[in-house]
Design a protein around this ligand. Structure first.
Ligand SMILES: O=P(O)(O)OC[C@@H](O)CO
Ligand SMILES: [Mg+2]
Length: 229
C-alpha cells in the first residue's frame, strides 16, 4: 500500500485521549441499576461519541425506560457524580508520547469531541499541557456542529479551523467509538481506531487501522515523522 501523506491530525477525546468512558460506564450503570436495568457494551457503543442529551435519550429508550425515566432526569441524576469524577480522569497510554512528538515535529493537531464545554473543562483541568499543544478544539455544543457523530460535521468543522487549505484526505483521525469512525470516514479522512478493551471486532467497521493503544502507533506508516526513541 502507498504510504499516505498525513499532514494534520484530529484527536477524538473521550475514550481516546482520556479514560473517561469508564466513568460514563460506571455512572450510567449506577443510574440504570436504580430502575432495575443493566448497562452493557452494545448500549454503550450506541452512546459513545454522542452529545449529552442524544446519549441520554438513547440510554433511556434502549433500556425500556421511556415514560419512566426522562433523558433530562438521567442527565440531572448523573451530573453531580460527573462533576466529582471527571476531573480524576487520566491520559490513556501513549497519548503524552504521541502528542509531544507531533508537536515537536510541527504537525498541526486538534481535538474534535462530542463533550460539551462544561464537561470538557472538568476533564481537561489537570491535563492543560496536552491540550495547550492543540491548534484548536471543536466541542459538541459548538454552533457549527449541527449534527453530532456519526454525522461528519464535527470533523469538517475541525478541518476548516486549521491554518490554510487542508485536504480531508491528508487528515488522520484517532477515534475509539464506532459512530466516531463513521463520522471520520464520511468526512473523507483516514482513521485509526483505538477501540479500548473490547473484543467485538464488528465495531471496528471502516477503520483504516485498528490498534489496541496509541503505544502501537507508527507515525512513519502514515507519512509522519518517526519516533526518535
Ligand atoms: O470525545 P468523544 O469521544 O466524541 O465523546 C464524548 C461523549 O461520548 C461524552 O459525552
Ligand atoms: Mg471517543
Amino acid at each position: 500500500m502507498l504510504t499516505p501523506t498525513i499532514t494534520h491530525v484530529i484527536f477524538d477525546m473521550d475514550g481516546l485521549l482520556l479514560d473517561t468512558e469508564r466513568i460514563y460506564t460506571l455512572l450510567s450503570g449506577k443510574i440504570l441499576e436504580r430502575y432495575g436495568k443493566k448497562f452493557d457494551w452494545p448500549l454503550q457503543a450506541k452512546m459513545m461519541g454522542k452529545r449529552t442529551m442524544e446519549s441520554a435519550q438513547i440510554c433511556v429508550n434502549e433500556s425500556g425506560l421511556a415514560g419512566i425515566l426522562s433523558p433530562e432526569t438521567f442527565v440531572k441524576e448523573r451530573e453531580g457524580m460527573l462533576q466529582e469524577l471527571l476531573p480524576t480522569c487520566s491520559l490513556l497510554p501513549g497519548v503524552e508520547r504521541l502528542v509531544n512528538h507531533l508537536h515537536a515535529k510541527g504537525i498541526p493537531m486538534c481535538v474534535a469531541t462530542a463533550s460539551c464545554t462544561s464537561h470538557f473543562l472538568l476533564k481537561t483541568q489537570n491535563h492543560s499541557k496536552i491540550f495547550k499543544m492543540m491548534h484548536h478544539v471543536v466541542k459538541g455544543d459548538d454552533p457549527e456542529v449541527k449534527q453530532g457523530k456519526p454525522a461528519p460535521d464535527i470533523f469538517l468543522a475541525a478541518l476548516r479551523r486549521f491554518e490554510g487549505i487542508v485536504e480531508a484526505s491528508n487528515c488522520l483521525v484517532f477515534e475509539d467509538a464506532p459512530y466516531g469512525m463513521i463520522a471520520a470516514k464520511d468526512a473523507g479522512m483516514l482513521a485509526v481506531m483505538v477501540p479500548g478493551p473490547r473484543p467485538d471486532v464488528s465495531y471496528h467497521e471502516g477503520a483504516d487501522q485498528v490498534i489496541s493503544s496509541l503505544l502501537e502507533f507508527s507515525p512513519q506508516n502514515w507519512g509522519l515523522p518517526p519516533f526518535q526513541d
